[in-house]
Design a protein around this ligand. Structure first.
Ligand code: LMR
Length: 395
């Protein structure tokens, strides 16, 4: 019956993370998956989240199904966080938000929505982009293509603008709102403004992926692109995640918001999103979303969370400096400034797949084969080990 089923080739990120878990070598270093590890190499349980968990457990009663679109307190908390509670677009009822199963779930619901309601539109992805973006859209039957993004160690803004200026109207343009995955190279504020103008003029449909809010410049600062698109009047889509900034990866907490021209359209869009959800996973799980909502809706937990995100971001920045310093000393003549200029969890090292393989096989240091390093896996105990290993494969 199943003899014809081919083996799964594996996922470039998740399968590598599984391989790391099975690696018996002591001193192995995981710089592959986009997860924040603390100074002790552990995934932190944030104090704000632990306090919220206790409140949710104490208040827990019966657990009926959530509505297809998710819990109302979660959805409004997400809207207030992303758009500002007093923003006229939000007050006008022009934003449809659903609780997703992580932001990947939001991307998938959006992909189904695009396939059904924008059947002629292609999704434009940055080259490179997160390994799973193409699979998510193509899995829903949506055609994808790419726009130039990164060339010779830097943003190819001219190439990006040129390609997007030729994209047909109603094309969907997927953009990383901050902390570009995998390159760590972001647009400047002025470039965002220029890009948003072009997207509007060309009648393109922007789709922001906001998976690393707080890891660039701060929870509020990292919403610059969202604010620019709001100021331009929309429409746009936004998938956001709490996996990284609340360290709740396995709880699958995220959302999808669609900013619409009118409240009437927002209501109809929400209805269609519910339809997509119903025939996919029916409705989201309860617990994680309630924890996130409690953090966001409880002022003292919210401020504690902001401080915890600031601390995670600052630690990554310190690790960037440390790796830059050690490597610059060990490999004179090679420029490692990209560790200082790239932002968020990732750095694009420029290492070849063979060099990445050598790092893994000879030194038990795991990076994604594209050369992407999760800088958040570095700590003061392993930074020297990683620098030595990189110096060896670069020799
Ligand atoms: C990553 O890029 O490593 C993370 O977003 C985890 C994932 O699901 O790929």
């Amino acid at each position: 019956m199943f003899a014809h089923i081919p083996p799964y080739a594996g996922d470039p990120i998740l399968s590598l993370n599984e391989a790391f878990q099975k690696d018996p070598r002591a001193g192995k270093v995981n710089l592959s998956i986009g997860i924040y590890f603390d100074e002790n190499g552990k995934i932190p349980a944030l104090e704000s989240v632990r306090k919220a968990e206790r409140l949710v457990v104490e208040a827990a009663g019966a657990r009926p199904y959530l509505p297809m679109e998710g819990a109302a307190n979660f959805r409004s908390a997400v809207q207030n966080l992303l758009f500002g509670a007093d923003h006229p677009t939000l007050k006008a009822g022009r934003i449809a938000t659903i609780q997703g199963v992580g932001s990947s779930g939001g991307l998938k619901v959006a992909a189904d929505f695009i396939k059904a309601h924008f059947p002629a539109s292609k999704v434009y992805l940055s080259n490179p982009t997160w390994d799973n973006h193409r699979a998510v859209f193509e899995g829903s039957g949506v055609e994808t293509t790419t726009y130039p993004y990164y060339q010779d160690g830097q943003l190819d803004f001219a190439g990006m603008m040129d390609a997007l200026s030729k994209a047909p109207a109603r094309s969907v343009v997927l953009l990383h709102a901050c902390c570009h995955n995998p390159t760590g190279v972001d647009l400047s504020a002025a470039q965002w403004t220029e890009l948003v103008k072009l997207l509007n003029e060309r009648e393109l449909l922007p789709f922001l992926d906001l998976a690393y809010q707080g890891y660039g410049d701060g929870l509020n600062e990292d919403l610059f692109a969202v604010r620019e698109l709001l100021a331009a009047g929309g429409p746009f889509l936004l998938a956001n995640s709490f996996s990284k900034n609340m360290s709740v990866y396995g709880e699958r907490c995220g959302a999808l918001s669609v900013v619409c021209p009118t409240a009437d359209e927002a209501e109809r869009v929400l209805g269609q999103l519910k339809f997509m959800i119903r025939r996919n996973y029916s409705n989201p799980p309860t617990f994680g979303g309630q924890v996130v909502a409690t953090v966001l809706n409880t002022p003292e937990l919210n401020s504690l969370w902001h401080a915890e995100v600031d601390a995670m971001r600052t630690r990554i920045q310190a690790m960037r400096k440390a790796l830059h310093e050690v490597l610059s000393a060990k490999v004179p003549g090679r420029n490692f400034d990209y560790f200082l200029t790239q932002r968020g969890m990732f750095s694009y090292t420029g290492l070849s797949p063979d060099q990445v393989d050598a790092l893994k096989n000879d030194h038990a240091v795991y990076l994604v084969r594209s050369g992407r390093m999760c800088v958040a896996g570095l700590n003061s105990k392993n930074v020297e080990v990683v620098a030595n290993a990189m110096a060896a494969v670069l020799a």
